[in-house]
Design a protein around this ligand. Structure first.
Ligand SMILES: Cc1cc2nc3c(=O)[nH]c(=O)nc-3n(C[C@H](O)[C@H](O)[C@H](O)COP(=O)(O)O)c2cc1C
Length: 329
C-alpha cells in the first residue's frame, strides 16, 4: 500500500483522503470512513472569527475532535479573511482541539465566505496568502497544509504559488481542479495538478470529480501523492475500502440494500451519540437520503426520511425500510 509521508514523520497509511465538507464531514461521517480505512479526514471548516469571538457552536465542534481515536489522522481546517484573527485563533484551537495537521482553506467559493475576504478570495492576493501561510507555519505546532482551487475568476499561476508555499514551510497542498467561478461544476483541470506535482517536493493531493472508477486514472495522470474524495463518499464510505481493495488487486465489493441500510443505521447511531436530538435530526435527513439513493424504487422511502422529526422515527423507518420500497408512478 502506497503511503504519504509528511515532514518526514507523519505517515498517512494510504493515499485516500476524505474531503472537508461543511455540514457533512462531521465526527459521524469521519468515523464511518475511518472504519473503511481512509488515510486522512478533514474537519468541516472552522471560522477563525468564531473562535476568537468564543462561539459556543464552534467550541463544541473543536471539542468533538477529541472523540477521534489517536491512530485516525485528522486535519483541522480553518478559514478566515483577516490575518490578525487567523493568527490569534490558532493557539486557542490548539488548546481546544486534537488534530494532526492544520489546514487552511483557500478554496471555498460561497459568497458568505468570499465576502469576508476568505476561502477562494485568497487566490486573488497570492503575496498576502504566502505571507500569511509563513506566519501560520511559524505559529502552528502541527504541520500546515492548504487547500486551493485553480483560481478565482480565472486560473492563476498555481505552480508559482505552490513553490512559494513550499518555501515558506507548507507541508501538503490539496488542489480542487476548478476555479471559484466554476463552483462544483465543469471539467476538472487535472493538468494543473500534474504541473504542480512536477514542481514541488511536498505531497500534492488531487481533488475534484474523483470516483472509484477514475481514481487510478487521476493518480497515474497527475502523479499526485494522493486523492481527496468528497461527494462520492456521501452515503458511500466504503469507497475507501474499495480503493484499498483495488490497489491490492482485489475486486470491489458492492453492498446490498440491506447492507446499505445497516451502514446508515451505524452512521445515525454515531450521529446521535454526540449530538442532541434536534441537531441530529436535521443532519440525519441529508445523511439518510445519500445512503438510499441507489436503491430501486426509493422515492417513497426518501419522502419519509425527509419528514422524520425524531430519532425514534428514523430508526423505525430503518427497521421497516422494505415496506417503503415500492414502485411509484
Ligand atoms: C456540501 C459541501 C461542502 C463543502 N465544504 C467544504 C469546506 O468546508 N472546506 C473545503 O475546503 N471544501 C469544501 N467543499 C469542497 C470539497 O472539499 C471538494 O473540494 C469538492 O466537493 C470537490 O470534490 P468532489 O468532487 O470529490 O466532491 C465542500 C463541498 C461540498 C459539496
Amino acid at each position: 500500500m502506497k503511503k504519504i509521508i509528511i515532514n518526514n514523520n507523519l505517515i498517512l497509511p494510504n493515499r485516500y483522503i476524505l474531503a472537508p465538507m461543511a455540514g457533512l464531514s462531521d465526527y459521524s461521517l469521519r468515523r464511518m470512513c475511518y472504519l473503511e480505512g481512509v488515510g486522512l479526514t478533514y474537519t468541516e471548516m472552522v471560522s477563525c472569527e468564531s473562535v476568537i469571538h468564543n462561539s459556543s457552536a464552534t467550541f463544541f465542534d473543536l471539542k468533538t475532535t477529541h472523540l477521534e481515536k489517536k491512530k485516525n489522522l485528522l486535519a483541522l481546517q480553518i478559514f478566515g479573511g483577516k490575518k490578525e484573527s487567523i493568527l490569534k485563533s490558532i493557539p486557542v484551537i490548539e488548546k481546544e482541539a486534537r488534530y494532526d495537521i492544520l489546514d487552511f482553506n483557500a478554496g471555498c467559493p460561497v459568497n458568505k465566505v468570499v465576502k469576508q475576504n476568505a476561502g477562494s478570495k485568497w487566490l486573488t492576493k497570492v503575496d498576502e496568502l504566502t505571507n500569511l501561510m509563513k506566519d501560520i507555519v511559524n505559529i502552528s505546532s502541527h504541520p500546515v497544509s492548504i487547500k486551493l482551487r485553480t483560481g478565482f475568476n480565472e486560473e492563476i499561476d498555481l505552480v508559482a504559488l505552490a513553490k512559494r508555499l513550499e518555501e515558506v514551510g507548507v507541508s501538503l497542498i490539496a488542489i480542487h481542479g476548478r476555479t471559484r467561478k466554476e463552483f462544483f461544476c465543469g471539467k476538472v483541470n487535472y493538468d494543473i495538478i500534474k504541473k504542480v506535482k512536477e514542481n514541488v517536493t511536498i505531497p500534492v493531493i488531487a481533488n475534484g470529480g474523483i470516483s472509484l472508477y477514475n481514481a487510478s486514472e487521476v493518480l497515474s495522470f497527475t502523479k499526485a501523492d494522493g486523492i481527496m474524495i468528497g461527494q462520492k463518499a456521501l452515503g458511500h464510505p466504503e469507497i475507501f475500502s474499495n480503493l484499498i481493495r483495488l490497489e491490492e488487486g482485489k475486486e470491489i465489493i458492492n453492498l446490498s440494500p440491506k447492507e446499505k441500510i445497516n451502514q446508515l443505521k451505524k452512521h445515525l447511531k454515531l450521529l446521535f451519540s454526540y449530538l442532541d436530538e434536534n441537531r441530529g435530526v436535521s443532519l440525519a435527513r441529508g445523511i439518510s437520503t445519500h445512503y438510499i439513493k441507489d436503491f430501486k424504487y426509493s422515492a417513497k422511502l426518501r419522502s419519509y426520511f425527509v419528514r422524520c422529526k425524531s430519532k425514534k422515527e428514523y430508526f423505525d423507518l430503518i427497521k421497516n425500510y422494505k415496506n417503503y420500497l415500492v414502485e411509484t408512478t
